[in-house]
Design a binder for this molecule. Sequence first.
Ligand code: EPU
Length: 419
Amino acid sequence: MEVIKIAGGKKLSGTVTISGSKNSIVALIPAAILGTKPVTLYGVPNISDVGALSDILKILNVEVTHAGDMITINPTNIQEQPLVDDIVTKLRASYYFMGAMLARYGKVEIKMPGGCYLGPRPIDLHLKGFEALGAQVEYIKGSYVLKADKLVGSKIYLDIASVGATLNIMIAAVYAKGRTIIENAAKEPEIIDVATMLNKMGAQIRGVGTSIIIVDGVDELGGCIHDIIPDRIEAATYLTIAAANAEEVRVENVIPSHLEALIAKLTEIGIDLEIGADYIVVKRDFNKKLHPVEITTQPYPGFATDIQQPLTALLTQVDGMSGVTETIYAERFKHCNELNKLGAKTKTHSPSASIQGPTPLKGNVVTATDLRCGACLVVAGLLAEGVTEIHDIYHIDRGYDKLIEKLTNLGAEIWREKV
Ligand code: EPU
């Protein structure tokens, strides 16, 4: 078993470059099978979710070529197959093959997708959307079986502005006859990225980034070349690491407007930021006290649920009591227990947690219970005196490209070890 070890307490400095967005690439790859020609993506992060999705493409006889941060997906010889291999359950985003296969073949059989356990994560809105487009949905022995003679455009109102449901319905609707209107759509930047790629391939999608998305069905899609947007959650993680541990760190390849809610909170905490067109410099004066904050997670452009976990580690260092309230995943607080093992004083009363600071952190053995809990423990391990040992790092590998290399370049003492 491999663990990550961090000898904390080192001050970091230098420049870190953010990779392409995990939550974009995991939808771009399934969407790329919709065309008749190859799709080439640049800025692909080297994370295990990309490996798992590439394995699923191989089941479908789709050719995948990797070279550095480039991937080419060639669906010319694609064959329709049931997606019932265990690999499907390794990540949640395999459910984008539901929309993609339904659009391409009018049928799909797929195992229930997995992913981080953040409390219940139903997919009822995805399924209702597919039904509205004309599909029949059955659940047989652990797999969803979706069938449609033909998909027809429809008006779909989402009860919750779900990222996954918005993307899956948008993908399914590209070949549907006529117009599909998704109301109360999610507005996350990753949705814009996927629509940009599909439109380059020949789709007719408008309104992304607003709460109403219009998809006019087309008969055929081709290929394209597409650059993935930078990962705003990875950027947020490094901004938080820098705020906690660095005198000055420059975070490059970011879109600052994707990070407005975090920037506002870091400023309120007392961190100085210099914001450029595609970079943010974090400056920390260790003589200045940090201020507590209240955070409530919201769909984009509100404060992202994925960011509250790493930020909680920083909140252990501010002067007073901070609070985090979850409106997306009421149970997304497992990182608080782990932080307490390092000496933090957090209390969870779902859907909220309180964090009493400042508390010195001390290295210990902790477990990454999910991906962003892992990110939180990396922030905390870098702060803690002594050695922190993080277990279940496969969660971290799902979403952080070259983590050890990037942090080592900033001066951190962090390594992987077999135990
Ligand atoms: N929901 C339903 N029914 C549905 C779909 C969602 O009730 O059919 C609920 C969820 O249970 C949740 C809320 O709606 O309470 C929002 O869920 P959403 O569908 O937006 O989340 P998701 O698409 O499953 C994506 C990201 C998550 C991120 C959330 C929220 C991907 C692959 N995952 O998940 O990212 O936390 O949006 O922004 O894009 C991560 O990167 O660590 C991660 C978990």
